[in-house]
Design a protein. Sequence first.
Length: 315
Amino acid sequence: MAAFTSIEICAGAGGQALGLEKAGFKHLALVEIEKPACDTLRHNRPQWNVIEGDLHSWDATEYEGRVDLFAGGVPCPPFSKAGKQLGALDERNLFPRALDLIAQCKPRAVMFENVRGLLDPAFDTYREWINGKLRDMGYEPQWKLLQASDFGVPQLRPRVICVALPPKAAAAFKWPEPSGSAPTVGDTLYDLMASKGWPGAKKWAAGANAIAPTLVGGSKKHGGPDLGPTRSKRAWLALGVDGGGVANDVPDSTTPEDFIPKLTVKMTARIQGFPDSWEITGRKTSAYRQVGNAFPPPVAEAVGRQICKALEATE
């Protein structure tokens, strides 16, 4: 049985939830506004309490005294270099609401994840505002940039993590150490590329000899089922992948050997660190968006285990 409990906001397709489950957390509630992502969560974990709805209308008071960890990957566009970086002025910024919910449920620990842009000097004042709010509630926040590839994820995916704990637990907390090098795209996807007899699969895998660029999920307003902006597409092409879309299926025995394949949703999920047993449901565009916006489960698991250790050390 899990030693600790958690609630999560902006749960998406479950990358963070899956990682924290592996770390030893039992989820009391997962809140997500997008129906396709909620469908994915319910499909894979029918036992989870998935709450579909807007954070602004959700009240966490009932969890006071019952929850060890409040976790969430609040929307990243307000801080992303791919956007306008409006920060606090962006209507999608949910940090204030997240802090309100923390005040309601009073968890023993807090974990946020976001894009690298949140560490830019332009947001120093905003990060300190967040820190001040957390300190007022009795937590000591710590921020760190972690690379997903340091935890076995075959992708260049830097993520900013904030862990906030009471002072004694904060003193006991240590960031996870890298667990080793990540496999290449070719090593990660060869079996899928070869699964229907494509004669070019072995040669393709040998050429896809590096980890992937960051997957970009896009949003309802911007981006469809492709692997990102022009620079990302060039990086994918260097790995022998057509980043201009997402495939419905893998190449087969009739596909020319020199064909440049697109990735399927299942392939992108592997690149994101999801196990094959975790099925991303929904239509292709929606499913890929869920994958591209996810927090890699291995990174969430590594941080979650360190939070568990810090809490255990102060019990």
